[in-house]
Design a protein around this ligand. Sequence first.
Ligand code: FRU
Length: 356
Amino acid sequence: YILLWLSLILCFACSPGKKEKKYVIGVSQCSMTDIWRQSMIRDMEVEALNHPEIELVVMDAIQDNDTQISQIKGFIKKKVDLLIISSNETEPVTPVAVEAYRAGIPTIILDRKINSDEYTTYIGADNYEIGRSIGMYVSSLIKKETTILEIWGRRGSSSATERHQGFVDAMSIDPNVKIRELDGYWYRKNAYEEVLKLDSIEDVDIVFAHNDMMALGAREAIEERDSSLVGHVEFIGVDGLLGGGLGVEAVAQGKLDASFYYPTGGGVAIKVAWQILSGQAYTKKYALSTAMIDKTNAGTLYLQSDRLVEYQRQIEKQRANLSQLLSKYNFLYSSLIIILILALLLGASAIYTVYI
Ligand code: FRU
């Protein structure tokens, strides 16, 4: 009996396909409610499939600094092998990110910056450049006195401050421009409600929102207040997401006039994490490329994105099928071993019986 149990345990432990997770990567995500951040995590998961040794543990801080700080402290306590941080706000999250780095945990800062260079590597696109390019695009539209409504993401986050800085720097040379600002905190609902509350919207010529969701929220509110205005206002956002009625699709449908593709960097983060964990060379900064999406290229991008989304769907379906097949295989393999052991035992006891 002891022999039988030992062999069973051994056979389950050795069953193929069950590679042991060697590295735990903690992901401290400032928010998960929006599609951009959800697709960042999906990109990570897809890339992590190439490295079965990696286990991802994702924590959502729900746009709250204190929550994010205590989640990162938890990761430090657990001694994760690597930490990826996308900070809610720069200042409050910096000390705990530095604490993780000083505790010897390789730390990747993704998309949103911290206020220190005590981290392993930074991955993200240039938000200042995005703001400046949008400013230059807007300048090319301006013929007379113009009022721009700038809808901010969360003011303390680096992506919002840099987009704003780039934008005002590009606009500062134009004396005909007046910029009105309001806070959307990255949410469509907030932007929508804030625009509904404005005293006047008749003077607004251009809406520049720090992301597409807020640009669409502002459009919705202006349409609701005075549908005759919406056709005269230019709506510009950032993210250029594929599918889901956002970014590319919204520009192709004419709901937005322009957007700026802002890559999530999720896949790159896992690639770089693997390089760090497996002792390969890496650099301190990975700059991701961006691109303007407007009426001239949105149609083509939309068609291509449709196919891309379909490919992604197929890949995910195949991934699910594969893991189902793998678990069936594991089950059959274990069953076979058990049957073999039982057959052996039966044979042995038959011989023993004949012998007796
Ligand atoms: C999501 C998001 C994106 C934006 C990014 C910037 O939380 O607001 O829409 O581009 O964060 O950090």
